[in-house]
Design a protein around this ligand. Structure first.
Ligand code: PDD
Length: 286
């Protein structure tokens, strides 16, 4: 079955989907995006994802011409036309098309693309439960990582470095030795203070999965510590994992080939992993 994409007002065969060569997303990375997971026919946290989309757009002064209801209709229609019940919905909005000039163009309508593709969450969860390797990599991104911008060059360089070392994720580090997050995930450790992750600020993306994990930790009575930590502290941690909409909770067993804790998936990580899987199935943190 051929895939269908929504491109600026029309549903088109995926391979024929095209935007202008003067789309500002293409020329300047002048746009934002969201990835929403569709699990057993249900969108996971669509509301918070679209809230974050609105926030990213507002921070860049890109007016959103679509109402929430219109966006939801487009997302559901894209899913329906692709006959998916498990998959990833990708939504990208740019400032639109205009003759190339750095300043914001006037009277340009933002461009919207929505695509959806199959993703096997069950298989991913089985694989994830085994644990993965991560590396550290310098965080060379701009100072507004809280905006989910399509400008991902530092992130893809970091991911490529991880892949070349046989690792799943690159954990990004600042010159002062502090860890920010993974190149496409938030990063968590378990140490003597409890479950620890970087606080929400412009240095990291405020992950939707991150918020759910905080809710889970509170429910499970796991002490939470939202404070920055160093690479050394991560190496000395008892447990570590990453979180994202695509890969849920991913246990990390080694950092730069250095085992974390016992080198096995730890008890707190297992608790969070299982609880997040339950949330995916039931839609509530229980
Ligand atoms: N990445 N940090 C970064 C830098 C990310 O790119 C992502 C998500 C996250 C996790 O956010 P969330 O829990 O809302 O998915 C954290 C998406 C999935 C991507 O770029 O494909």
């Amino acid at each position: 079955m051929s895939r269908i994409a929504y491109v600026n007002g029309a549903y088109v065969p995926h391979r024929q989907g095209a935007v202008s060569i003067e789309d500002r997303g293409y020329q300047f990375s002048d746009g934002v995006y969201e990835v929403i997971c569709l699990f057993k026919g249900k969108l996971i946290d669509a509301g918070p994802h679209l809230d974050r989309l609105d926030r990213s757009l507002a921070e860049l002064s890109i007016p959103n011409p679509y109402s929430r209801a219109a966006l939801m209709t487009i997302i559901h229609e894209t899913i329906r036309r692709n006959r998916l019940s498990d998959g990833l919905v990708y939504l990208q909005m740019t400032r639109g098309t205009a003759p190339r000039d750095h300043q914001f163009p006037e009277d340009t309508r933002p461009a919207l693309v929505v695509t959806a593709r199959y993703f096997d969450f069950d298989q991913a969860a089985i694989k994830a439960a085994e644990g993965m390797k991560a590396i550290t990599y310098p965080d060379i991104r701009w100072a507004r990582r809280d905006i989910k911008s399509v400008s991902l060059l530092p992130n893809i360089l970091a991911k490529q470095a991880a892949v070349e070392k046989g690792a799943y994720e690159a954990i990004m580090t600042m010159p002062n030795g502090l860890v920010t997050e993974g190149c496409s995930t938030n990063f968590w450790i378990v140490d003597q203070t409890g479950l620890r992750t970087h606080p929400v600020c412009p240095d990291i993306l405020n992950g939707i999965t991150r918020s759910r994990i905080i809710e889970i930790a509170k429910k499970e009575g796991v002490p939470l510590n939202e404070s920055p930590f160093t690479v050394e502290e991560a190496r000395q941690a008892r447990e570590a994992f990453t979180s994202s909409s695509v890969r849920a909770v991913q246990p990390i067993l080694t950092l730069d080939d250095h085992p974390i804790g016992s080198g096995l998936v730890g008890p707190i990580t297992t608790k969070i992993f299982q609880s997040y899987q339950r949330f995916l199935k039931t839609g509530v943190v229980s």
